[in-house]
Design a protein around this ligand. Structure first.
Ligand code: AKG
Ligand code: FE2
Length: 345
């Protein structure tokens, strides 16, 4: 029998036999290098508007190549993330209690957070954990990083800020090209507000259950953002629901490529022409998985006007999502703002 690491939150510390259980993801990992990548690919240095349009309408997700982020920066991010998550759980909690959530906050069990970075759970009922722990880093806040006395957090925050500068550049280019395709006017510039950028660094602990119920690293959802730019390190597990044939497909990690998801705000901005793609993360019994997501939103005062929707702002949307998660335990999403009775599929 092996005991899971003391760095895991107690609810993830299960004993398991060395003989590993059947896990969907084991097969995925083995086949990762053999399967052909099904996702469309966009070259950031020469964005082909036609290809981008097809990726946005047919898929709502694409792989970004030639993004210009040095690979050394990505490995450094990975090293820092490992170092922090590997701290003993109780010291990790104490460490994050000592810094402001405007710098970095720590959560586990759910990716749903309040604007202040606190994990948001359903009021009552079964506790239904996602097998994930994470760090939330709002890039919008003046970081005050010089005032942080914890070198581990201070240095990681600095590195994340440099990474954030690259991501802002990427998000602006992608959004600019999508705006051209959608013929958005200059009045709609506020639809993407880089000051809302936020990073999430995740560790998906190893997980082994001999018996279902099935546990998810992150269960099926759409992102609320305009766009999400995701970097997954080495270990796969991300799956997307292909809008083409409604089948789950692996979005495997390929070195030096990033994954771009269109989020709910982009679906609304495009009046449902582009899709906010459904995705989920599988658990893995053999390896821990790390990823970093960048999420960017419309400006707080920016009203989204789109024929299929009531005019709404991102804070209206976020408040509705938070209320639904608290009371229903799930995000209802865009259908709350639709003018017709057409509920999202
Ligand atoms: O870790 C991943 O690959 C995906 C994370 C994700 O979907 C999210 O944070 O919304
Ligand atoms: Fe997501």
């Amino acid at each position: 029998m092996q005991q899971f690491s003391p760095s895991y939150p107690p609810c993830f510390r299960h004993q398991f036999s060395d003989q590993l259980s059947n896990n969907d993801n084991d097969d995925n990992d083995k086949n990762n290098h053999e399967q052909q990548d099904p996702l469309p690919s966009i070259d950031l240095q020469q964005i082909n508007l036609k290809q981008l349009e097809a990726a946005c309408t047919d898929w709502g997700i694409f792989r970004l190549v030639n993004h210009g982020i040095p690979s050394g920066m990505l490995s450094e991010l990975h090293e820092h993330a490992v170092k922090i998550f590997e701290l003993e759980f109780e010291s990790k909690q104490r460490l994050f209690e000592s810094v402001s959530s405007t710098v970095m906050s720590y959560f586990w069990g759910t990716p749903a957070l309040t604007p202040a970075g606190v994990a948001l759970r359903k009021d009552e009922g079964t506790v239904d954990y996602n097998w994930v722990e994470g760090l939330n880093i709002p890039l919008s806040q003046p970081s005050q990083v010089d005032l942080v006395h914890q070198p581990l957090i201070r240095d990681f925050r600095r590195l994340l800020e440099s990474y954030g500068v690259h991501l802002e550049r990427l998000a602006k280019s992608i959004f600019g090209a999508m705006s051209q395709n959608l013929e958005l006017s200059e009045d709609n510039e506020c639809y993407l507000s880089p000051s809302t950028g936020q990073l999430r660094v995740y560790r998906y602990p190893r997980c082994c259950f001999d018996n279902p119920p099935k546990v998810w690293g992150m269960d099926v959802h759409t992102d609320s953002s305009v766009v999400t730019i995701l970097n997954q390190f080495e270990v796969g597990g991300l799956q997307i629901l292909s809008p083409k044939d409604n089948a789950w497909i692996d979005a495997k990690p390929i070195p030096n490529t990033l994954i771009v998801h269109l989020g709910d705000m982009m679906q609304a901005i495009s009046n449902d022409k582009y899709k906010s793609v459904k995705h989920r993360v599988l658990v893995n019994s053999e390896k821990e998985r790390f990823s970093i997501g960048y999420f960017v939103f419309p400006g707080d005062d920016c009203v989204i006007r789109s024929p299929n929707y009531k005019p709404f702002t991102y804070p209206d949307f976020r408040a509705q999502v938070q209320q639904d998660v608290k009371t229903l335990g799930l995000k209802v999403g865009l259908s709350r703002f639709k003018l017709t009775d057409n509920v999202d599929s």
